[in-house]
Design a protein around this ligand. Structure first.
Ligand code: ZN
Length: 157
């Protein structure tokens, strides 16, 4: 067997990723979300549905995600759902840009590692190009949700 490959896979499926996959946080749809979107990755059949409710001050009050698929897609969405609480929509978008940049190959700075918290555990995924889409699925849904929200608020102020 290819020993190197086994070591890489061990790295990839760290405890933290498996824990979020087994016990996803904020799982289940929200009743009346202000932002919502869905993501689908046909390559491995991953799905993530995302709903976000804002409080009166425009901060993210609740996040609900649902979905199915590989551990990386679900764990990434679960970790994202925790990270988003209490943030503004602008902050959520800025975190999306940071996480995407790192998944697409940029080195993570120490400051970014702090900002991303548990999501830093997914950094190793970028060595597996096929899995990058899995890690980004929930974040792509988030970006879609933000885009629709902005268009909606622009149309109906
Ligand atoms: Zn996947």
């Amino acid at each position: 067997m290819d020993a190197d490959k086994d070591i890489q896979l061990d790295e990839l499926y760290q405890d933290i990723i498996l824990d979020h996959h087994k016990s996803p946080r904020n799982y289940g749809p929200l009743p009346d979300p202000d932002l919502k979107a869905e993501g689908f990755n046909p390559f491995c059949g991953d799905r993530v549905g995302l709903g976000i409710s804002l409080d009166g001050a425009g901060r993210i009050e609740a996040v609900g995600f649902s979905g199915e698929g590989c551990a990386i897609s679900q764990a990434s969405a679960s970790m994202m759902s925790e990270l988003l609480k209490g943030r503004t929509v602008d902050e959520a978008e800025s975190l999306t840009a940071v996480f995407k940049g790192i998944m697409q190959g940029r080195d993570m700075t120490e400051e970014e590692e702090k900002r991303l918290g548990e999501l830093a555990a997914l950094e190793g995924v970028k060595k597996f190009p096929i899995r990058i889409k899995c890690a980004l699925l929930g974040w792509s849904a988030l970006q879609d949700a933000i885009d629709h929200y902005r268009q909606g608020t622009a149309l109906h102020p």
